[in-house]
Design a protein around this ligand. Structure first.
Ligand code: AKG
Ligand code: FE2
Length: 306
């Protein structure tokens, strides 16, 4: 009941004030008897939006048969480091694989990260059209800050931990990965569905004119690793409308997935967004891992579709 009122207030007041820019967050009326959720990469924008909303409401879109193939296990990630204290891994989806690592950042570390980030937090921006400056994003209503490995040994240690968990290089100095981003969402804070890759969906002209050459050298965001630095009282899931599943924030856990296929093509199935926070607040921290530094770490597949 309270949740319905909050959702209605959010739709009418928050989105009403911002104006309708996308259907993604409006809780459209759907007759569940008539509507069949579809999954996959050929969904219409309307279907993407409906799936996103359903996942944000906590609905289950995957069949019981599919869910029966999902699992949780202890894993060493092939690393001696985790031999004595294996990592708790949860598989939320296969192909593309979406995994959650549990208890991989301590409460003390979380407090330290938040304290370091707090003075830097500023509303997330989007790049303006050519020549225009950056503007505050309305599709991503959170505050963000960036932490460099050199800022504090903890930041570097977290980068190293991400490398051990993912098997990928997170060497920021060598530009194998970006700085650690810290984001804070308040009530109504959300991030509309998007892909994390920055380059593979651009035309040659856009790459030449809108993208810094350094980005081209680093390569695209091959993978996303995201720590959940807080629980969220209501809402705030990271929802994947084409996969039909969502990662729910749990303080100390982290989500991980590849945005690119082994061929280097963008995996359009990785469309995802941050559901609005309905009650409470949400803190996350992202490490975007770049493509170039991983060429000896992630093997190529035998087909472009892998
Ligand atoms: O906050 C989330 O759950 C998702 C954030 C996200 O997708 C991003 O920052 O690219
Ligand atoms: Fe994202």
């Amino acid at each position: 009941m309270f949740l319905n009122t909050a959702i209605k207030a959010y739709d009418e007041q928050v989105l009403g004030r911002e104006g309708t820019r996308t259907p993604a967050l409006h809780t459209a009326e759907v007759d569940p008897k008539k509507f069949q959720y579809r999954l996959g990469t050929d969904l219409t924008p309307q279907e993407d939006a409906l799936n996103f909303q359903a996942l944000c409401r906590g609905e289950q879109l995957l069949s019981p048969e599919y869910r029966a193939t999902l699992s949780c296990f202890y894993d060493t990630r092939g690393e001696a480091y985790f031999r004595l204290m294996p990592v708790k891994v949860e598989i939320l989806h296969h192909n593309p694989e979406l995994m959650v690592f549990h208890d991989v950042i301590s409460d003390r570390e979380i407090e330290a990260v938040k304290t370091m980030a707090q003075p830097m937090l500023a509303r997330a921006m989007v790049q303006g059209a050519q020549g225009k400056g950056n503007t505050v994003s309305t599709t991503r209503t959170s505050k963000v800050g960036w932490l460099d490995d050199s800022l504090n040994p903890l930041v570097a240690r977290l980068g190293h931990r991400i490398s051990l968990l993912t098997g990928l290089s997170t060497d920021v100095a060598a530009e194998h990965a970006e700085l650690l981003q810290v984001s804070n969402y308040g009530i109504g804070g959300h991030y509309n569905p998007h892909h994390d890759y920055l380059l593979v969906d651009k035309t040659e002209k856009e790459l030449l004119h809108n993208i810094h050459p350094r980005e081209l050298i680093m390569g695209d965001r091959i993978a996303t690793f995201m720590f959940y630095l807080s629980d969220v009282t209501r809402g705030g899931a990271t929802a994947f409308p084409r996969l039909g599943t969502a990662a729910w924030p749990s303080k100390g856990s982290a989500a991980f997935w590849y945005n690119l296929k082994k061929s280097g093509h963008g995996n359009t199935a990785t469309l995802h967004g941050a559901c609005p926070v309905v009650l409470g607040y949400k803190w996350v921290s992202n490490k975007w891992i770049r493509e170039r530094g991983q060429f000896l770490r992630r093997k190529c597949g035998l087909s472009p579709e892998e």
